[in-house]
Design a protein. Structure first.
Lengths: 113, 114
């Protein structure tokens, strides 16, 4: 069955420090992978996506993610975190040619000043 | 271009009642998907509509239903509300079907069932 696991429920980093959010997926075929961010009271905003090609993808707000097929992972990174990055982050896999997205449980990011 | 709009933003109902939520996709988008977000279960797929037809349905009871109109606007209905239906209901639209197409999410409707 298709699934997404985000092992870290809550992460706290200091402003200016680097960030890595982990995501592992289970999917039979080549996955379509996404990272979304959700601020309190808001909907989801797409940070980046991977479909094929270069395994290192760049997104908005200075985020990047690396697809590693051998590890079934799609970790999100940012070299220097800003206070405004505090939010909940969701990794998702797309289920083929449908519009269905399967989400992980989310990781809440807290940024210390 | 206006984003995805959802109405109402907040709703309070009592058990046993029914509720209808509305979603207006981005102009030109034809695919609409609905998700339920709760602290315990996270984000779960409800259903997907394209060209006024339900194309995909998640693992939810028959009390959850939806429809899509010719202008791509979509509604979802929950009948005989239960306490566990309290959630944030998110709508997402995309230009065409296929998860490789970016889905744009609305701000959600917060449903509270008392």
């Amino acid at each position: 069955a298709q699934s997404v696991t985000q092992p870290d429920i809550h992460i706290t980093v200091s402003e200016g420090a680097s960030l890595e959010l982990r995501c592992n997926y289970s999917y039979g075929a080549t996955p379509y992978l996404f990272w979304y961010v959700q601020s309190p009271g808001q909907g989801l905003q797409l940070l980046l996506k991977y479909f094929s090609g270069d395994t290192l993808v760049q997104g908005i707000k200075g985020f990047e993610a690396e697809f590693k097929r051998s590890q079934s992972s799609f970790n999100l990174r940012k070299p220097s975190v800003h206070w405004s990055d505090a939010a909940e982050y969701f990794c998702a896999v797309g289920a083929g040619n449908t519009g269905k997205l399967i989400f992980g449980q989310g990781t809440t990011l807290q940024v210390k000043p | 271009k206006a984003g995805v709009t959802q109405t109402p933003r907040y709703l309070i109902k009592t058990r046993g009642q029914q509720v209808t939520l509305s979603c207006s996709p981005i102009s030109g988008h034809r695919s609409v998907s609905w998700y339920q977000q709760t602290p315990g279960q996270g984000l779960q797929f409800l259903f997907e509509y394209f060209s006024e037809t339900q194309r995909n349905k998640g693992n939810f009871p028959g009390r959850f239903s939806g429809r899509q109109f010719s202008n791509s606007r979509s509604e979802m209905n929950v009948s005989t509300l239960e306490l566990g239906d309290s959630a944030l209901y998110l709508c997402a639209s995309s230009f065409i079907r296929g998860s490789y197409n970016e889905q744009f999410f609305g701000p959600g409707t917060r449903l509270t069932v008392l």
